[in-house]
Write a protein that binds this ligand. Structure first.
Ligand code: ARG
Length: 405
C-alpha cells in the first residue's frame, strides 16, 4: 500500500518495489486539498505499474479532525510554522492503514527520504495504528540521485513530468504550502519571487485593505463574512482572499526531528489569519491564568505534532485540555488584510470578559479605585519584606577572620 502523490519519487517507487522487493503495489492518493488533478494522478499510478490505484477525498476529515484541534491549540512549531505538512501525514497514514486492511496488504510504503520529518510521521503513525504492518521507504534504501531516478523512471516507462524543471520540492494541502531545495538551501539568500505559488508579493497586493469577519463557535470557524461554510471550504476560500493580500509567507530556519537545521519557506494564508483571529477571541474570553497556562500547552502540542506523535496518549490528553478551554470561544473577529499584514480590527463575543464599566476612564466608571491601595499593600508584601533587609555584602562574608578583627 503506497502513499502516492504522483511525483517522481513515488512514481519510481512503484517499479522499484516490484524489482527490488517482488511486491505488487496498490497506490493510495489522499486528497487533503492539494491543487492537482487527482484523476490524472490515479491514472499515472496505474501507468507506472500499480496493480490498483485509489483516491480518497479526505478534505473534510482533514479540516475537522486534524486542522481544527491544531487551530484550537494555536499550534505553530517554533512559534511560526502552522504545521501544514505535519498535520496531513498522520491522516494519510490512517487512510493507508484502512485500505491496507481492506485489501489484506502486508506492507505500507511511502516516498520519504531518510533525512526528513515526514518519514518519522508516516512510520510512527503506522506503528500506532497498525503495529502489525511493516513500513518500507524505498527512497531511504535505493541510494539514487535525482538524475539516476530520472534514468530509472525512463527505463521503466514511468513518465517524467515536464514540470520537473522546477528546482523546488513542494508540498501542498489546505493548511499551507512548503518549499525547499534549490537556492533556498542558502539561508543567507532571500527567497526569489518564483518560489511562491499561493501568495501575491505584499508590494503587489491591493492598495486598499480587505476586511474579513470570521465567526467562531467553540473555537471552530463557522462563517466567513457572514456566510456559513464547512471548515474545509472556509479555509480554501480564505487562502485565496488572504493570499491575494500577500499574507502568510514564512521564511523559517527550522530544527528537524532528525537533527538537521533546514531552511523552509511556507505559504499559509488562511492559517495565519485564522490563528491570529482565534488568539484574539481567546484574549477576549479566557481568564489570564488559563491563557498563560494554555501557551505552555500550545508549544508542547506543536512540537508533538511536528515530531510525528499525533496518534499518542499525550496528544489525546493535551487535546482534552485544549477542548475544555474552547467552550466559550464563540463570537466574531474582524481582520484587516493589507499588503502582507493581517491585523485584528474588531472583536465581539457573548462571553467577553471585557467590561466597559470597569475599563473606562470616562463617565460610568464602576471600578472602586480606593480599593486598589489595600490590594497593592497585600500583593506587594513579599517584595517589601525582601527589600527591607540589607543585602549581604559578598566581600564581608568572604573576608578571612584575621582581617575582620
Ligand atoms: N519541513 C516541513 C515539515 O517538516 C515541510 C516538509 C515538506 N515535506 C515534503 N515532502 N516536501 O513539516
Amino acid at each position: 500500500m503506497l502513499a502516492y502523490s504522483g511525483g517522481l519519487d513515488t512514481s519510481v517507487a512503484i517499479p522499484w518495489l516490484r524489482e527490488a522487493k517482488g511486491l505488487d503495489v496498490v497506490a493510495v492518493t489522499v486528497d487533503v486539498g492539494q491543487p492537482v488533478d487527482l484523476e490524472q494522478v490515479r491514472r499515472k499510478a496505474l501507468a507506472s505499474g500499480a496493480v490498483a490505484a485509489y483516491v480518497a477525498d479526505a478534505r473534510r476529515e482533514f479540516a475537522e479532525e486534524f486542522i481544527l484541534p491544531a487551530l484550537r491549540a494555536n499550534a505553530q512549531y517554533e512559534g511560526v510554522y502552522p504545521l501544514s505538512t505535519a498535520l496531513a501525514r498522520p491522516l494519510i497514514a490512517k487512510h493507508l492503514v484502512s485500505v491496507a486492511r481492506q485489501e489484506g496488504a502486508t506492507r505500507i510504503a511511502h516516498g520519504c527520504t531518510g533525512k526528513g520529518n515526514d518519514q518519522v510521521r508516516f512510520d510512527l503513525a503506522t506503528a500506532s495504528l497498525a503495529p502489525e504492518l511493516a513500513v518500507i521507504a524505498p527512497a531511504r534504501e535505493w541510494g539514487m540521485t535525482r538524475e539516476e531516478e530520472v534514468a530509472y523512471a525512463q527505463r521503466c516507462g514511468v513518465s517524467v513530468n515536464a514540470t520537473r524543471s522546477s528546482p523546488y520540492s513542494t508540498d501542498e494541502n489546505l493548511w499551507g504550502r512548503s518549499a525547499e531545495c534549490g537556492v533556498l538551501e542558502d539561508p543567507a539568500v532571500e527567497p526569489p519571487e518564483e518560489v511562491y505559488g499561493w501568495t501575491r508579493a505584499p508590494a503587489e497586493a491591493p492598495e486598499t485593505p480587505t476586511y474579513v469577519t470570521i465567526e467562531f463557535d467553540q473555537g471552530k470557524p463557522t462563517a466567513l463574512n457572514g456566510e456559513r461554510a464547512p471548515l474545509h471550504g472556509l479555509i480554501a476560500r480564505l487562502n485565496e482572499i488572504a493570499g491575494a493580500n500577500g499574507i502568510g509567507r514564512i521564511d523559517h530556519l527550522e530544527s528537524r526531528v532528525v537533527g538537521i537545521k533546514s531552511r523552509e519557506v511556507y505559504e499559509c494564508p488562511a492559517a495565519t489569519v485564522l490563528i491570529a483571529a482565534h488568539q484574539a477571541l481567546e484574549a477576549l474570553v479566557l481568564p489570564r491564568d488559563v491563557l498563560d497556562f494554555k501557551r505552555t500547552v500550545e508549544l508542547r502540542y506543536a512540537q508533538l505534532v511536528y515530531d510525528g506523535l499525533w496518534f499518542t496518549p499525550l496528544r489525546s490528553a493535551l487535546d482534552a485540555f485544549v477542548r475544555s478551554t474552547q467552550e466559550r470561544i464563540s463570537g466574531e473577529i474582524t481582520m484587516k488584510l493589507f499588503k502582507g499584514s493581517s491585523r485584528v480590527a474588531g472583536r465581539r463575543s457573548p462571553y467577553s470578559l471585557y467590561a466597559a464599566a470597569l475599563a473606562t476612564y470616562s463617565a460610568g466608571d464602576r471600578f472602586r479605585q480606593e480599593m486598589a491601595e489595600g490590594f497593592i499593600y497585600v500583593w506587594g508584601l513579599p517584595a517589601r519584606t525582601w527589600a527591607g533587609l540589607s543585602p549581604p555584602t559578598p566581600a564581608k562574608a568572604a573576608a578571612p577572620r584575621e582581617l575582620l578583627s
